[in-house]
Design a protein around this ligand. Structure first.
Ligand SMILES: Nc1ncnc2c1ncn2[C@@H]1O[C@H](COP(=O)(O)OP(=O)(O)OP(=O)(O)O)[C@@H](O)[C@H]1O
Ligand SMILES: [Mg+2]
Length: 89
């Protein structure tokens, strides 16, 4: 987001899952890189600015440890990460 814009966190309940949506109105994720953003060390930030691990670690925690799911929907001005976590009781 380069220090500008708005970021929202919305939560809701869907059947047996909690949906946590993290959305921003930044520049968006170009379609050609969307399939790579969860790979370890994939970053478009400059040297020393990003490790490229943020989304990889998020994916491992949500999917690997909690059997949830992360999806991304992105176009310029509207990027949403949708995290679904199973409700177990
Ligand atoms: N909300 C977003 N808007 C636009 N691009 C994004 C967004 N989130 C992730 N990206 C893209 O996905 C890439 C990988 O994200 P990830 O969080 O894994 O690493 P990073 O942000 O580059 O580095 P780090 O999280 O280690 O600081 C980013 O470099 C960027 O290109
Ligand atoms: Mg990051």
């Amino acid at each position: 987001m380069n220090g500008h814009g708005e970021l929202w966190i919305r939560t809701s309940c869907e059947n047996n899952h909690v949906l946590v949506e993290i959305a921003d109105n930044g520049p968006g994720i170009p379609p050609e890189i969307q399939s790579h953003i969860f790979e370890p060390f994939f970053t478009t930030k400059g040297v020393g600015e990003g490790t490229g691990l943020g989304l990889h670690i998020s994916y491992r925690v949500v999917v690997g440890q909690h059997q949830g799911d992360i999806q991304v929907i992105s176009q310029p001005g509207d990027t949403r990460f949708q995290v679904r976590l199973p409700i177990t009781s």
